[in-house]
Design a binder for this molecule. Structure first.
Ligand code: MG
Length: 369
C-alpha cells in the first residue's frame, strides 16, 4: 500500500447550543481542518485537528499539511506511521519555524489519518488494533452544559438535565472577573446535582496565581473533583505552587504541545489529572507516549477532546491510564460512527479505523475550503 494523494479539507460546524463562552474563548462554530490520505489500495485515512473556526488560521494549517508535509508523504508506505512521524516532525524547514503551534496541529491531522488507515487495513477499530478490550468501561462526563455566558437559571436547568440523562460527571466554566460569582454558581450546581456527581471546574487559563490560590482553597467546600487550567497554560512554576497550596487536584494539558512539556509538568508535581489532546500533540503517536508517561507516575489520563471524542474514545478504551472521557456533541453528525453515550457510559465503537471517517454529506455541507 502506497500513499497516492493528499486531500485537505476545512469543516466549520455550528456548536449545538448557539454561541458559547468560557473565560477566554467565544465560539459559534468548531473548526476541523484536516486531510484525507488516499492510497493505491483504495483505502483512505481521515485525520483532522480542532480549532475555533477562523478561516485564515485554518488555511495556514491545511497549507502546512498539503504544501509542506504532502510532498513528504506521497509514495510512502502508510503502515510506517512512527517512521513517517519522525520524518515529518524532524523535517528541518518545518522544525525551524515551529516545534509547537501550526506545524504540530497539521502533523496531528496527518498522524491521525495514518493511524486510521493502519487500523482500517487491519480491519479493526483502532482501540482493538492498539490492544484494548471490548469489556472496557469508559465513563462520560459532560462539558457542554456549564458555559460561562449562561445565566444561573440556564446553568442549573442544564445541569439537572445532564444528571437525568445519566452523566456521572459535569463541568462548569469559571474564570469570571468576579470569582465570587463563580463560587455562587458552583454552590448552586453542587446543590442541583447532589453529592455523588463528579463536578469539575475549568478557568481556561484566565486567573493569576493569587486569585487561583484564594479561589482554589474554597473548592474543597463543594467537593470539586478537579480545578482545570487555573492560570496561564505554560506557567510551570505557578502550577506547581498552586498544587502545593490547594487541596483540589489540578487538571491541565489541552494547551501543551509535546512530551517534553508533559514531562516537566508531571515531574514538578504541577498536574494531577493529565489531559493530553491528540489534535494538538502531533497525533496518536505522541499522545500515547504522554499517556505512558502519566501511567509511569500513576496519574490518571483524561483526554481533552479537540477532535470531539472520535479518536480519543478509541485511545481511552485502549490505554490503561484512562477511565473517564469528556463529552461534547458538536461534530457528531459529521461521522460514519459518532461517539455515543448511553446511561453515562460510552458505547464501544465497532467500525474499523480511528472513528474519523466523515460522512460525504458532512463534507458537502460544512467544508469551507
Ligand atoms: Mg478545558
Amino acid at each position: 500500500m502506497k500513499i497516492s494523494k493528499i486531500e485537505p479539507f476545512i469543516l466549520h460546524v455550528p456548536v449545538t447550543r448557539g454561541a458559547i463562552s468560557d473565560s477566554t474563548h467565544d465560539l459559534t462554530h468548531w473548526g476541523a481542518p484536516g486531510v484525507v490520505i488516499h492510497t493505491d489500495s483504495g483505502l483512505c485515512g481521515y485525520g483532522y485537528t480542532g480549532t475555533h473556526a477562523h478561516l485564515p488560521t485554518d488555511r495556514l494549517i491545511v497549507n502546512c499539511i498539503s504544501e509542506t508535509y504532502g510532498p513528504l508523504l506521497v509514495g510512502e508506505e502508510p503502515h510506517n506511521v512512527i517512521e513517517l512521524w519522525e520524518k515529518l516532525f524532524h523535517f528541518p524547514p518545518a522544525q525551524w519555524v515551529g516545534r509547537s503551534g501550526i506545524t504540530q496541529l497539521a502533523l496531528s491531522a496527518v498522524d491521525i489519518a495514518l493511524w486510521d488507515l493502519k487500523a482500517k487495513a487491519a480491519g479493526l477499530p483502532l482501540w482493538k488494533f492498539l490492544g484494548g478490550s471490548a469489556g472496557t468501561k469508559i465513563t462520560a462526563y459532560n462539558t457542554d452544559g456549564g458555559w460561562l455566558n449562561w445565566s444561573s437559571q440556564e446553568l442549573i436547568d442544564s445541569m439537572r438535565r445532564q444528571v437525568e440523562e445519566g452523566y456521572r460527571g459535569v463541568k462548569l466554566k469559571v474564570g469570571s472577573p468576579d470569582a465570587y460569582r463563580d463560587l455562587e454558581r458552583i454552590e448552586a450546581v453542587r446543590k442541583t446535582v447532589g453529592p455523588r456527581i463528579k463536578l469539575m471546574v475549568d478557568a481556561n487559563g484566565r486567573w493569576d496565581l493569587p486569585t487561583a490560590i484564594s479561589f482554589g482553597q474554597k473548592l474543597s467546600d463543594y467537593d470539586v473533583f478537579w480545578f482545570e487550567e487555573p492560570i496561564w497554560y505554560d506557567d510551570l512554576a505557578g502550577h506547581a505552587a498552586l498544587a502545593r497550596a490547594v487541596k483540589t487536584p489540578i487538571a491541565l494539558g489541552e494547551q501543551l504541545y509535546g512530551l517534553d512539556d508533559f514531562r516537566d509538568f508531571i515531574t514538578a508535581g504541577a498536574v494531577h489529572f493529565v489531559q493530553p489532546d491528540a489534535v494538538r500533540l502531533a497525533g496518536v503517536t505522541e499522545w500515547w507516549r504522554v499517556a505512558d508517561l502519566a501511567l509511569a507516575h500513576h496519574l490518571p489520563v483524561v483526554p481533552h477532546i479537540g477532535d470531539m471524542m472520535q479518536v480519543h474514545l478509541h485511545l481511552a478504551i485502549a490505554h490503561p491510564a484512562c477511565k473517564l472521557l469528556e463529552y461534547i456533541p458538536w461534530l457528531r453528525e459529521c461521522f460514519e460512527e459518532p461517539a455515543t453515550v448511553r446511561d453515562g457510559w460510552f458505547i464501544i465503537p465497532e467500525t474499523p479505523g480511528a472513528g474519523t471517517t466523515l460522512r460525504s454529506a458532512a463534507l458537502e455541507r460544512y467544508n469551507v475550503m
